[in-house]
Design a protein around this ligand. Structure first.
Ligand SMILES: [Zn+2]
Length: 110
């Protein structure tokens, strides 16, 4: 349906935000769609009014797959997985892939 990556259109845009921004809010496929993100959707944004978790909830998507929990060094206290699950979203965390995601995002840890 759509792809996105962090900093795709500006230095502050997140991957989920970028991908969702390419879809119409009334796209009838959204309620049956799955969003795949290498990193846990954020719950705190300094540069935007809405977190990626809020955008996902607003989109109507009911299934989220990610690999790497948001590390505290980027934004402290991320609760993306918990917030989505509490809202009834199916959340699948592939923690065994987190190391691979960390490797390709090494610049975030530097
Ligand atoms: Zn985000």
């Amino acid at each position: 349906m759509a792809e996105g990556y962090s900093r795709e259109t500006d230095v502050h845009v997140h991957a989920e935000e970028s991908a969702l921004g390419k879809l119409s809010a009334d796209d009838t496929r959204l309620p049956t769609a799955t969003i795949y993100s290498s990193l846990e959707p954020c719950t705190i944004r300094k540069s935007r009014p809405n977190s990626c978790t809020e955008l996902i909830l607003r989109s109507g998507i009911r299934r989220v797959v990610f690999a790497w929990r948001e590390p505290d060094l980027l934004v402290q206290g991320c609760r993306g997985a918990e917030t989505l699950a509490e809202a009834g979203i199916s959340v699948l965390e592939y923690g065994d892939m987190a190391t691979s995601v960390q490797e390709i995002n090494g610049h975030l840890l530097a």
